[in-house]
Design a protein around this ligand. Structure first.
Ligand code: PBG
Ligand code: ZN
Length: 336
């Protein structure tokens, strides 16, 4: 490996024979040698389902994104598909919450109804559902709380039940985001047993306890009512541990893995890319979106250029797919 690297470096002739600017001179030359392509074909757009009818309310912490009732979601889904975006990632805000997050796995739950509405209106649009309890529990944690702590093993059957009810409603892919140990295996077993062996699992494998989830928690009403998520989400200081999380989820049967957040964790994306050949998603999270929007609103950044540069960086680091609130606007910009 080292000798290859050395010989590669030696193979480059010195200046003035080598002039790296030669291939940067014109847009056509730059396009020809471009290493990374960003395209709407690999975007996943997050959507927030709320109960009601004909409801479309802008989310204050996520300008340009909306709380949508199932009927309005069907319309939004058509717009997303028309932009060439292949998939949405669905979250739900239930009518009521309880200790065990019953709304997450209710047959008539908000996500279940939203999935049916979207699949009926736009059958070819892939619907990925987020599997977690935090939007549905009164305490706002991602699992069942026992003696003040999130209990891993008691949470697993509830997550499996949630995934199953989403698959029954027509979800194309399920995406567990809870960070309980063993959840991928629990989901896989439950899905296989009930006739959903063909439903893929996209696992939030390396999900960090990040301050950049702030705007999302406001949008989803899922902030923990006590403590924080550091007992189950990863420590931002750890990189090697991300590889263990990925290996574990793949061993349990994950079809795709995810790194989240994206921009402050590009090194993690690159390391996971080098460590496995599975499809890799990166979640360009709410705080990353909000920062850019806020700076653009102040006139401090060119929004279009900064957004496309950020998305390019995520792909260049090694992500195959990008989950991003920018998906619709970026798809439009890329068409121009
Ligand atoms: C639920 C979940 C969260 C996000 C996706 N799924 C929040 C959290 O873990 O607190 C964050 C998404 C974003 O910030 O855009 N577990
Ligand atoms: Zn959660």
């Amino acid at each position: 490996m080292d000798t290859l690297r050395e010989s590669k470096a030696e193979a480059q002739s010195p200046f003035p024979a080598a002039r790296l600017r030669r291939l940067r001179r014109t847009p056509a030359l730059r396009r020809l040698v471009r290493e990374t392509d960003v395209s709407a074909a690999h975007f996943i757009y997050p959507l927030f389902a709320v109960p009601g009818r004909r409801l479309r309310r802008e989310i204050p912490s996520l300008p340009g994104c909306y709380h949508l009732s199932p009927d309005a979601l069907a319309q939004e889904a058509a717009e997303v598909a028309a932009l060439g975006i292949p998939a949405v990632l669905l979250f739900g805000l239930p009518e009521s919450k309880d200790e065990v997050g019953s709304g997450a796995y209710a047959a008539q739950g908000i996500v279940q109804r939203a999935v049916r509405a979207i699949k009926k209106a736009v059958p070819d649009l892939l619907v990925i559902t987020d599997i977690c309890l935090c939007e549905y529990t009164s305490h706002g944690h991602c699992g069942v709380v026992v003696d003040g702590e999130v209990d891993n093993d008691q949470t697993l059957p509830l997550l499996a039940q949630t995934a199953l009810s989403h698959a029954e409603a027509g979800a194309d892919i399920v995406a567990p985001s809870d960070m309980m140990d063993g959840r991928v295996a629990a989901l896989r077993a439950a899905l296989d047993e009930r006739g959903f062996a063909a439903t893929p699992i996209m696992s939030y494998a390396a999900k960090y306890a990040s301050a950049f989830f702030g705007p999302f928690r406001e949008a989803a009403g899922s902030a923990p009512q006590f403590g924080d998520r550091r007992g189950y989400q990863m420590d931002p200081a750890n990189a090697r541990e991300a590889l263990r999380e990925v290996a574990q989820d793949l061993a349990e049967g994950a079809d795709m893995v995810m790194v989240k957040p994206a921009l402050p964790y590009l090194d993690i994306i690159a390391r996971v890319r080098a460590a496995c050949d599975h499809p890799l998603a990166a979640y360009n999270v709410s705080g990353e979106y909000a920062m850019l929007k806020a700076a653009a609103a102040k006139g401090w950044l060119d929004e279009r250029l900064a957004t496309l540069e950020a998305l390019t960086a995520i792909k260049r680091a090694g992500a195959d797919m990008i989950i991003t609130y920018h998906a619709k606007e970026a798809a439009r910009w890329l068409k121009e």
